[in-house]
Structures are given as C-alpha cells and as structure tokens.
Ligand binder design. Structure first.
Ligand SMILES: Nc1ncnc2c1ncn2[C@@H]1O[C@H](COP(=O)(O)OP(=O)(O)O)[C@@H](O)[C@H]1O
Ligand SMILES: [Mg+2]
Length: 285
C-alpha cells in the first residue's frame, strides 16, 4: 500500500514535468489559433436532442446501485470523491479539447466499471454537459449488471455494424447514456480492432453530440484489446487496486498508455486507509 502510493507519487512528478513541458509548447503556439467548436458550446442542437429523446430510459434500482457501490448516484456527501474527480476531468478535457476518455487498469477487477459508473452519475448532474458511457470490456461486461439493467443490451452488435445504436443504449435523463452488454461478445479482440467499431463510435458521436465519451475498457495487461484501442482515445484513467495491484503492474500499464495517448490520472481504489465511505483514496491526480 505504502509502496504503491510512493510509486504513484513518483509517476505524478514525472507527469507534472511533462505537463509543464507541454504547456510551454502551447504558450508558443501561433496567436489566433482557433480551437474546434465543442458540442457543449452549441447547447444541444435540435437533431441531437431528438436522438436523445428516442433513447429508452434507464430505470434505476436504488438498492442495486447501493449494493454495487454506485454511491455517486445518490449525490451528497457520498458522491464528493467522484465529484472531485469529475472536476479534474472537466478541467483537463476543456484545457486540452478532449472528448474520449478510457478507464482501464493493469489487471481485472480493480474497480474500472464501478468507478466509471460513479463518474457517470457525477457527470450526469452537470447540466448542459452530455456524457456517453461505452462499454468496451467485451470479455467481462459488468456495466449492465452493476446498474441493474434488465433490457437485453448487446452493444457489441452495434460495434460490429449489425444493429442500430439506439437499440442497445439507455438514457438517464437527457444528458447521460449507457451503451452496455448483458453478455460477453464472441470476438472481443477482432471487434475492438476493427475499423467498423471506430466508424460506429464516430457515427454515434455525431448523432448524440456528447461532451464526454467514457470507455469502460478491458484491463491492459490481460489481453491486447485495450492497447489496440488506446490510440483512438484522447486520454486514459488508470485504476489500481491497493494491495492487489503491484508497483510493477502500474508502471508497465502507465508506460503502455503513455506510449499511445495521455495519462489523465491514476486512481488508487479499494484503499483500506481511505477516509471516504467509498474506499477510494486520493491517489488521483
Ligand atoms: N472501493 C472498493 N472497495 C471494495 N470493493 C470494491 C471497490 N470498488 C470495486 N469493488 C469491487 O471489486 C469488484 C470488481 O469491481 P469492478 O468495478 O467490476 O472491476 P473491473 O471493472 O476493474 O473488473 C466488484 O465486486 C466491486 O464491487
Ligand atoms: Mg469491468
């Protein structure tokens, strides 16, 4: 635990140096460079509003959410840790003009899906900000189960180009949606590596105009699924489980992410020493 925290703090120092260098570069960028328009600025154009309205609504079951640790759904004190994480993510995506953020971990069961779901509800409370959660962990899809979704969602069929997106997505209100799977996909690696999956995600982004797409991804060190997908996202959040994940695993996973995209932060989950009710430590940065 102690050592993992030390490793995370070393990594943070490295990242701060890199950010300082990157910021220096931005300062020298030509004056007058105009950032591309963000969907959030357009205030929900009519065609995307209609697309959101066509989505079936997610019906939350509070007992299920509570027992699955989806504390951010309830707001208030329980959600504070995730609201803080949300603030940091928003700062980063606005500063860098990012939209696609992937949540991964070195090994399975570190808490990716739990953290993604919590972050999603925290983002859902941001008015005028649309969040789309896309599950890409096709070997161990848990999002639908975690949220207590009864509908037979098979988002893998959308990524393979076989079925329309709206058949496998549920909205919660008008600014949060979940694209999930009730069962594992038959060909997870092929699916994520395919040009079709990327095309479909781009299409979905055009239709629903999300400000943020959160990918609940597979673990990095268990297969090639995530590594192959990293170049498609703007940044990744790495979830480590205290007392389960080793420093070496964090280092390897972080280097792998850094080689392909930006490391947005590392979350130390399942910390016994955490002061928050949820059990995730302020290892995030
Ligand atoms: N902070 C936490 N403290 C204790 N158990 C947790 C915590 N976060 C997640 N878990 C549990 O760990 C298991 C794996 O979580 P999950 O989110 O499915 O991980 P992953 O998506 O990384 O495989 C689940 O049983 C979940 O309830
Ligand atoms: Mg998961």
């Amino acid at each position: 635990m102690e050592r993992l925290q030390e490793a995370l703090s070393r990594a943070r120092d490295r990242r701060q140096q890199a950010t300082a260098a990157a910021t220096a570069g931005v300062a020298q960028a030509p004056v007058g460079r105009v950032a591309p328009a963000r969907n959030g600025d357009a205030q929900f154009n009519t065609s995307s509003q209609e697309a959101w309205r066509r989505l079936a609504q997610y019906e939350p079951n509070e007992r299920t959410l509570k027992s699955n640790r989806v504390v951010a759904y309830f707001g208030g004190r329980e959600a504070t840790a995730f609201d803080m994480m949300r603030t940091k993510v928003i700062q980063q995506i606005k500063a860098n003009n990012w939209r696609r953020i992937l949540v991964t971990s070195p090994t399975p069961k570190c808490g990716k899906t739990t953290i993604t779901a919590n972050l999603a509800f925290s983002f859902g409370r941001q008015a005028d900000f649309r969040t789309l959660v896309i599950e890409t962990d096709m070997r161990r899809p848990e999002l639908a189960h975690l949220l207590g979704i009864k509908e037979n969602l098979r988002f893998a069929r959308v990524l393979s180009g076989d079925e329309p997106a709206e058949a496998h997505m549920l909205a919660y209100g008008n600014n949060l949606a979940f694209a999930a799977n009730k069962v594992p996909a038959e060909n997870p690696s092929d699916l994520l590596l395919s040009g079709m999956a990327r095309e479909k995600i781009v299409e979905i982004e055009k239709t629903y105009a999300p400000d943020l797409v959160l990918f609940d991804a597979p673990p990095l060190l268990a297969s090639d699924d995530t590594a192959a997908f990293l170049d498609f996202v703007d940044a990744a959040i790495l979830v480590a489980a205290a007392e389960e994940t080793s420093i070496h695993e964090v280092d390897v996973a972080e280097s792998e992410i850094a080689a392909a995209t930006n490391v947005l932060g590392v979350v130390l989950n399942k910390s016994r020493y955490s002061t928050s009710a949820y059990g995730y430590e302020d290892g995030y940065y």
